[in-house]
Design a protein around this ligand. Sequence first.
Ligand SMILES: [Zn+2]
Length: 262
Amino acid sequence: MGIFFIFILGLIFGSFINAMIYRLHIEKSFVWSRSMCPWCKHGLIWYELIPVFSFFYQKGKCNYCHKKISWQYPIVELVVGLIFIIIYLQVVDINSLAVVTTNEFINVIGYFIIVIFLIIIFIYDLKFYLILDKISVPAMAFAIIWNLSKDFSLSNLVNLLVAGLVAGGFFLLQYVVSKGKWIGGGDIRLGFLMGFVLGWPNVIVGLMLSYFIGAFFSIFMLFLKKKKWGSKIPFGTFLTIGTFIALFWSKQLIIWYLNWLS
Ligand SMILES: [Zn+2]
């Protein structure tokens, strides 16, 4: 029951993320405006706004102008639903008979918010090759406040700042050396965000994962001849995947890596 509710919540937030990306792109206020078809601008009513269901019910087309609706909409909704379930299962002890504790509840909400920021960055960079400061800067502030709320100490603050400086500094260095050719300014800010989210030494795990995933994807695309050497790569997309994995599994990955070495 709890998991089903979390999934539905994820679908709703997936729908919200889709709307937010569209509105950020056309620079419309995303809080109080009505949802509409991007082609004919017809306002949508409640049954056209049900995540996943509406898309399939309308056979992937707008009810008014019959233009195709992007697969991005149902896919993002479903993926966010699944990610919310993963977070819930990582944070909440479902084997315990007790209901969700206050601590677990706050933790789940915090992870949801962090991951919503990461997903917006992921999709936006994938679609438009851009990391918006409007998203990454509030995400940085939230990550610091959230991590400090769990451990309010000077050493934790120093840890987060060091992690942010290492990842952000690493990208800044590449930015300076390549005169902005390899990496964009948005990636530098995303580096800081990774540090503030993951802390030290997990940020290193996040960075390494991102590079592995990016390299794997690039080889795959070269193989499929979808990209050429020197093609633009949505680097922020890989950084967000690496951050997400490191957020939950960096300890296991470090242990696995050390075992593998020995
Ligand atoms: Zn339409």
